[in-house]
Design a protein around this ligand. Structure first.
Ligand SMILES: [Zn+2]
Length: 279
């Protein structure tokens, strides 16, 4: 279904996997993360999805690092929506939600388990319920990461139980090795299922690796919102490393324009997602 609704671009700046040895543009220190996000914000991103790292580039869930990042982003990217990952350290239990008392605008929430390239991505029901409860307590809007069709239906069950505020914001994630491939028929069925369960609500999509641009195109065309960034993909094409997060955002902006979608400002994104205006 064509749409002329403004498209929100989320930039996933760092993630838990890519290292500087994979692409030197991956921002690791807080200072690098703020600088990289600022350029991405200027290029058109209105959500920053962030993980934090230790000095040795390993993933961290240290709330102090998240707090420093939040301060830097609020100062240098005024109005940008800050979304912290609660998914980056599978197996770490409740430490994954230790930053939620900082009350970022949003946080990612995985509501079921699946396989990742080399391991199980563990999201046991009691941990999912606890993370959702912390998000309600601190007024953090979850972004439901749907790695599988069952995760969309689980979001509906959680809304019905009062564990998620309605409507949820759901992101389809496709192209993770050993999880759901980037499959257009499945994507269309995801869109159909969200509409059937929740009505005409905003949703977004992320593709991993070479599927990033493909999912950007599908989402732009189908009226969804887009995710890009070095967390999901470190290349512009087969032979070219992306020089920055901003370069990937610029590519997503071009994709929006190709589908006659204006790019949402941070203020428009806040309205679309029902978030309060930035402090
Ligand atoms: Zn992430």
């Amino acid at each position: 279904m064509p749409s002329s609704q403004p498209a929100i671009i989320c930039v996933a700046i760092t993630g838990s996997l890519p290292r500087k040895s994979d692409n030197p543009a991956v921002p690791v220190s807080i200072e690098e993360q703020v600088e990289s996000t600022h350029a991405a914000f200027e290029a058109g991103a209105s959500i920053c999805h962030a993980h934090v790292r230790n000095y040795d580039e390993t993933p961290s869930s240290d709330p102090d690092l998240f707090a420093r990042l939040k301060d830097g982003l609020e100062k240098h990217c005024p109005g940008m929506i800050i979304q912290f990952s609660t998914g980056g350290r599978s197996g770490a239990g409740r430490a994954r939600g230790g930053m939620l008392p900082l009350a970022p605008d949003m946080a990612s929430l995985s509501v079921g388990s699946n396989n990742f390239p080399t391991r199980v991505y563990e999201n046991p029901p009691d941990l999912v319920s606890w993370l959702a409860g912390e998000m309600r307590n601190y007024g953090v809007k979850p972004e439901i990461e749907a790695f599988d069709l069952s995760h969309i239906l689980q979001a509906k069950a959680m809304v019905d139980r009062g564990e998620l505020v309605s409507p949820p914001y759901i992101q389809f994630v496709m192209g993770v090795k050993n999880a759901m491939p980037a499959d257009r028929d499945v994507f269309d069925y995801y869109v159909h299922t969200v509409k059937r369960l929740f009505g005409d609500i905003p949703w977004c999509a992320a593709g991993i690796g070479r599927h990033q641009i493909e999912l950007n195109a599908w989402a732009a065309e189908a009226g969804g919102h887009l995710r890009t960034g070095l967390e999901d993909n470190i290349r512009l094409d087969r032979n070219t490393l992306a020089p920055s997060n901003a370069a990937l955002v610029a590519r997503a902006v071009d994709m929006c324009h190709a589908h006659e979608r204006p790019v949402a400002t941070a203020m428009q994104a806040r309205q679309i997602l029902g978030l309060k205006e930035a402090a």
